[in-house]
Design a protein around this ligand. Structure first.
Ligand SMILES: [Zn+2]
Length: 440
């Protein structure tokens, strides 16, 4: 479970001091621990990678096999399968090749591996990831065009057995070590981006990978260049005006019973603070005052095949009334700090289960079922930055921001446009109904 499942330092322990009002102030750095997909062990210094030309290679190169969101893993090669929550039970299945292997072309602009299957020869693209700790160059090998055949080749042709296969990174994530997850995240993000950018967005001509897969080039116009992109997403824990509650919500696609922080894409030409205020207002009609960015998480398995950067924020609400935007959310409500703390501690109890001889470790599914039964909801696991936002807030002593005077009738004043209610009067009634849901 360590280090991701550890209890983060309280604001005071992180070197902050309680203000004269008795309100605990927090630092903007180190509020959250390093997140999954961060701390990639590969050195991907950009100028070094750009200089890779096949002549700087070591004797051996490492290939991480990917196909879009899927990555090649080897079951049962990590820690003990079924051991405590978060234990690595699998690892990446990389291929080690000699750099002078005739099937490997590392000297051209579009580096690739030639693989002959039956009577067909595939030019499988390679994307440079970086150098490992032994300075061995590591690449993603994209087998999107021949995934089934290549997996069969790995199992039978290479003798790796049935435990090796391509698996969706999201489902494989709980089995992977932090290092493996970070490398797999970089490799799958690149594969998804290359697959979705085969044509130039400016003129529609075909594009080709260049600079060892670090970008793509339009084949019709040398000035048309495309670089891998990242989409910023704000994810926010909203603290109530009195500092005692947090605003959590769920949409219909979530697992039943799961509540989490509100989130949404940052619009073009919009600041993080503005995006937080807009998203919270759109989803709940709650007004937000202060916003602070407290951490971030790369998320290579984002919506619509994109690579996202989750910007973890804590915000102070200046109103209580909740009016759920039913176009976007199934429910949004305030949760007491004690409730959220109990939900967080469910994960800690599960992580330490199985320590005694004869005791079965608790699975994530079991703890979520238990949380649902005892608390009526559960929160996402420590793989997600939302978990750490909730953990940091729920375990901190006292509020994160000074109390503010709440605005009244803010939800109704926000209007009914885009919401299920058709008129301001209906919106006001709905807001009043929501206020009486037992959380205020
Ligand atoms: Zn073009």
């Amino acid at each position: 479970m360590q280090p991701n499942g550890g209890v983060p330092p309280s604001p005071a322990a992180a070197g902050t001091a309680a203000g004269s009002s008795g309100v605990t102030r927090f630092t903007l750095t180190d509020a959250l621990p390093p997140q999954h997909f961060s701390c990639n062990p590969l050195d991907r210094t950009y100028d070094k990678r750009r200089k890779f030309d096949g002549t700087s290679k070591q004797d051996e190169v490492s290939l991480v096999v990917v196909a879009g969101r899927e990555v090649c893993i080897r079951e049962g090669s990590g820690g003990e399968p079924g051991a405590g929550l978060g234990a690595a039970a699998a690892d990446l299945q990389a291929l080690l090749l000699n750099a002078t292997d005739p099937e490997l072309d590392l000297n051209s602009d579009s580096i690739c591996l030639t693989w002959v299957h039956g009577d067909q020869a595939y030019q499988l693209p390679l994307y440079l990831l970086g150098q490992d700790r032994t300075e061995r160059w590591t690449f993603a090998l994209d087998v999107s065009d021949c995934r089934e055949g290549f997996v069969a080749f790995l199992r039978q042709g290479c003798g790796l057995g049935e435990g090796v296969g391509l698996q969706d990174l999201r489902s494989a994530l709980p089995q992977l070590s932090r290092d493996a997850a970070a490398i797999a995240g970089q490799a799958t993000a690149l594969s998804q981006w290359h697959q979705c950018n085969r044509f130039c967005p400016r003129c529609g001509s075909p594009t080709a990978p260049v600079e060892s897969g670090l970008r793509r080039q339009c084949t019709a116009d040398p000035t048309h260049k495309a670089y891998p992109r990242t989409d910023p997403v704000v994810i926010v824990l909203v603290e109530s005006p009195d500092g005692r509650r947090a605003l959590l919500g769920r949409n219909r696609k979530f697992t039943p019973g799961m509540y989490t922080c509100l989130s949404g894409f940052v619009d073009q030409c919009e600041s993080v603070e503005e995006a937080v205020r807009r998203e919270v207002f759109e989803e709940s009609r709650v007004l937000v005052a202060s916003v602070a960015v407290v951490g971030s998480q790369p998320w290579p398995i984002g919506r619509y095949g994109g690579c996202e950067l989750m910007l973890g924020c804590v915000a102070k609400a200046r109103s209580y009334e909740v009016l759920v935007n039913t176009d976007e959310m199934e429910d949004v409500q305030w949760y007491d700090k004690e409730e959220l703390r109990a939900a967080v501690q469910m994960y800690d109890a599960a992580a330490s289960s199985g320590a005694q001889e004869g005791e079965e470790p608790q699975s994530v599914a079991q703890l979520q079922e238990q949380s649902l039964e005892q608390l009526g909801f559960f929160i996402p696991p420590p793989l997600a930055i939302a978990h750490h936002l909730m953990r940091a807030w729920a375990l901190a002593d006292g509020p994160w921001f000074p109390a503010v005077q709440p605005a009244t009738g803010a939800a109704a004043a926000g209007g009914a446009g885009g919401f299920s209610a058709a008129a301001a009067a209906a919106a006001a009634a709905a807001a009043a109904a929501t206020v009486t849901n037992g959380k205020l």
